[in-house]
Design a protein around this ligand. Structure first.
Ligand code: SF4
Length: 372
């Protein structure tokens, strides 16, 4: 077992593009949820894991002490961890919280910034200021958090290459150890989905979005960040070990509503219904989950999809050893099409996405899953 993920789904406000498992914060429900989580954790087999990730939602809707005691419980059950991360929203986290995290065994902070432009922050329905971001980064360093990551978003309605460059420059000026860069995705059922139906011209087309993505790759490379995955850039030594385990098709165990696990070839995802989750845990019953056991071909297709997202790509020898599949031979038709389209580079040892392939990574990597 390599990774433990814990989902803390409450948010003080709901962003209009969000499709995660999240709920508006209600203190009594958040407390009830925390107790259920503790119970789920206590009932899990006492295995060892290398990394911990507290994600959301907005995990820092819980106070520093609550997070520290949850982390201690997880360390006792599954640790010690080589890396422990918490996601935070910059307008809510306090200096006291950050200090408590650091003392409680959390070493990595992932800050949901998205933009440094007030107008874009407002469009995304978020409430922080750029001053909040600076204050959190500075305070996190003073408190001794070892690795600081900032999440940014491009293709936000109203964004331009200039404003995106400003966001990148101001981010780089804060010297985070890690930056994640995601294109806005419009999910069905969200207010942004309805907005795009009404006003498609407010949203970016693929070509304009690709320009923003390439702008980020160049700006971050110039500043010394290495791109080690489609959306992730790090100062060497600060890559996120927890996510690297996902891309390496490693095992992980997820706790909480909507959390995914992957063990012994079986993938399962807990219900996204908070009432179903609470009822099951409190009643001592199995948590309703979707389960899927991956066949060999599906397993190797998924492994190829994940590996291609990374800088190392698919290494043929490792792939054959782990999945018993000759990558070049088995996927020859897909590889041929992707190379012809300029999306995949292949040499005698490995296959990697090209620059254009990186931008279209979801579609390109998905080809290996559907082929099987
Ligand atoms: S803070 Fe994150 S999880 Fe919460 S609503 Fe906004 S995007 Fe979704």
């Amino acid at each position: 077992m390599s990774g433990i993920y814990v989902h803390l789904p409450f948010c003080p406000y709901i962003c209009p593009y969000c499709d995660f498992a999240k709920w508006p914060l209600r203190r009594s429900q958040a407390q009830q949820y925390l107790l259920a989580l503790e119970r789920e954790i206590d009932c899990a087999p006492p295995i060892r894991a290398r990394t911990l990730y507290l994600g959301g939602g907005t995990p820092n809707t819980y106070g520093g002490q609550q997070i520290a005691s949850l982390t201690q419980r997880l360390i006792t059950r599954f640790g010690p961890f080589e890396e422990a991360t918490i996601e935070v929203n910059p307008d809510l986290v306090t200096d006291g919280d950050l200090l408590t995290y650091a003392r409680g065994g959390i070493g990595r902070l992932s800050i949901g910034v998205q933009s440094m432009i007030p107008q874009e922050i407002a469009t995304l329905g978020r409430q922080h200021t750029t001053e909040d971001v600076r204050a959190v980064v500075n305070s996190a360093r003073r408190c001794g958090l070892r690795s600081i990551s900032i999440d940014l978003m491009f293709a936000v309605p109203g964004q331009t290459v200039e404003t995106w460059m400003r966001t990148l420059r101001e981010t780089i000026a804060l010297s985070p150890d890690h930056v994640s860069v995601y294109g806005l995705t419009i999910e069905e059922g969200t207010p942004f989905w309805s907005w795009r139906e009404r006003e498609p011209s407010a949203f970016f087309d693929d070509a304009a979005e690709a320009t923003l993505y390439e702008t980020a790759i160049e700006a971050l490379a110039t500043a010394g960040y290495q791109q080690y995955e489609v959306s992730n850039f790090a100062i060497p030594g600060h890559e996120c070990a927890h996510n690297i385990n996902y891309w390496a098709n490693g095992e992980y165990l997820g706790f909480g509503v909507g959390a995914a696990s992957y063990r012994n070839g079986e993938r399962s995802i807990h219900t996204r219904s908070i009432s179903e989750y609470l009822c099951a845990v409190e009643g001592g019953r199995p948590i309703p989950s979707e389960r899927e056991t991956l066949r060999d071909a599906a397993k190797s297709g998924e492994a190829a999809m994940l590996a291609l997202r990374t800088r190392d790509g698919v290494r043929f020898r490792d792939f054959k050893e782990r999945y018993g599949v000759d990558f070049l031979q088995f996927y020859a038709p897909v590889i041929g099409d992707l190379r012809a389209a300029g999306l995949l580079d292949v040499d005698d040892q490995c296959a990697r996405l090209t620059k254009r392939g990186l931008f279209l990574a979801n579609d390109v990597c998905g080809e290996f899953v559907t082929f099987a």
